[in-house]
Design a protein around this ligand. Structure first.
Ligand SMILES: *Cc1c(COP(=O)(O)O)cnc(C)c1O
Length: 383
């Protein structure tokens, strides 16, 4: 179906931060399949783990024990917070699971019609419930009726959040940094206050770390910048470095509302997906990839800020780690196509924000090349 506006290029191979098309031409990847291939393409350890597992067992069903799920769950919990984990296949599916968990938990506390508060400009996925949670009308166009049970407040606005809490609210679901909404970083101290409001009201804090997680922002999980712990956290994108896998983490006593039969996913957490996630997490931890993202992120930000004086269309450079956005005063939807001409993959969101999410293994030289290409394109356009 024609659901995507695609660039006219066909990639057949990848290596680290480079992708190669049918003719053998190489491109510098500053997108990572949208914050997915955080260890770069064809990472040897992930490839070997998937190959090895593929020869043994792809799938057996959650009707049976899958020991690798326990290993991966423990690695996640050890690096996030004490949690039980449900495995699924995508970000939307992880958020669906989190929404179901919040509703069940609220019901068990005597709230028959619980509501979840989310943020304007948020993005939580394309299924009906996650569209309802998403605070951007454009994604919902033509898909009514949309499930009930959600309301939105402006992101970063503590007073608005406080005012929206009533007896029906079961939880608050937020991205630590809004991704699709335009790489929006919340004001300092926002999440500490959100945490306090949730605690005072006895409601759950769900963090959608589908895009921000797995080292992207310079910490293993973005909430670790904020000094808070969520009750529930969702992951997907980079968890399998490109192999489809998602996860819902919840504090153990909370997770226990999800009893046998209450939720399931046929493919969720199958041995092949777990092999990919296990290898990805192992490399991330051993090589301290989040620290690398922090360091290279600072360098990228510095280089991008260096462009601003000669390109007046640049309004702001923002982000954390290697989750970086450059906001322009004009539409820059032409950047992905122009980037291709220059051999660099670029992504634009909201029409005016260049989103840069290179693999976290990107080098300074590669960042230099990318920034030089952006500089050249803006120069050609007189921006
Ligand atoms: C990408 C994304 C999703 C949706 O993930 P899919 O795997 O496409 O379903 C949800 N939330 C956030 C924050 C995302 O960036």
């Amino acid at each position: 179906m024609g659901t995507y506006a695609r660039q006219p290029v066909r990639f057949v191979r990848g290596q680290g931060c480079r992708l190669y098309d049918e003719s053998g031409r190489g491109y510098l990847d500053l997108v990572s399949g949208i914050a997915v291939c955080n260890l770069g393409h064809a990472h040897p350890e992930v490839v070997a783990a998937v190959k090895d597992q593929a020869e043994k067992l792809f799938h057996c069903s959650n009707l049976y024990e899958i020991p690798l799920q326990e290993t991966v769950a423990k690695m996640l919990a050890d690096n996030a917070f004490e949690a039980k984990v449900f495995f699924c296949n995508s970000g939307a599916e992880a958020n669906e699971g989190a929404i179901k968990l919040v509703r069940r938990a609220a019901r068990s506390r005597g709230k028959p019609k619980p509501r979840i508060i989310t943020a304007r400009e948020s993005f939580h996925g394309r299924t009906l419930a996650t569209l309802a949670a998403t605070g951007q009308e454009k994604y919902r166009q033509g898909f009514d009726p949309i499930p009930e049970g959600f309301s939105t407040v402006p992101y970063g606005d503590i007073e608005a959040l406080e005012a929206s809490i009533d007896g029906d609210v079961g939880g608050v679901m937020l991205e630590p940094i809004q991704g699709e909404g335009g790489i929006r970083v919340p004001p300092g101290g926002y999440f500490e206050k959100v945490r306090r409001i949730c605690d005072a009201a006895g409601i759950l804090l769900v963090l959608d770390e589908v895009q921000t997680g797995m080292g992207r922002t310079g910490r293993f999980f973005a909430h670790q910048h904020e000094g808070i712990t969520p009750d529930v956290m969702t992951l997907a994108k980079a968890l399998g470095n490109g192999f489809p896998v998602g996860a819902v983490l919840a504090r153990p006593e909370l997770a226990d509302v999800m009893t046998p039969g209450s939720h399931a996913s046929t493919f969720g957490g199958n041995p092949l997906a777990m092999a990919a996630a296990h290898a990805t997490l192992s490399v991330m931890l051993r090589e301290d990839i989040p620290a690398r993202a922090h360091e290279l992120g600072e360098y990228l930000m510095e280089r991008l800020n260096g462009l601003a004086p000669s390109h007046p269309s640049i309004v702001e450079v923002r982000g954390r780690g290697l989750m970086t956005g450059v906001e322009f005063s004009c539409d820059v939807s032409f950047l992905p196509a122009e980037g291709l001409r220059h051999g660099v993959l670029l992504n634009v969101i909201q029409g005016r924000v260049l989103r840069l999410t290179p693999p976290l293994v990107v080098s300074r030289e590669e960042i230099d090349k990318g920034v030089e290409a952006i500089d050249a394109i803006l120069g050609e356009k007189g921006l």
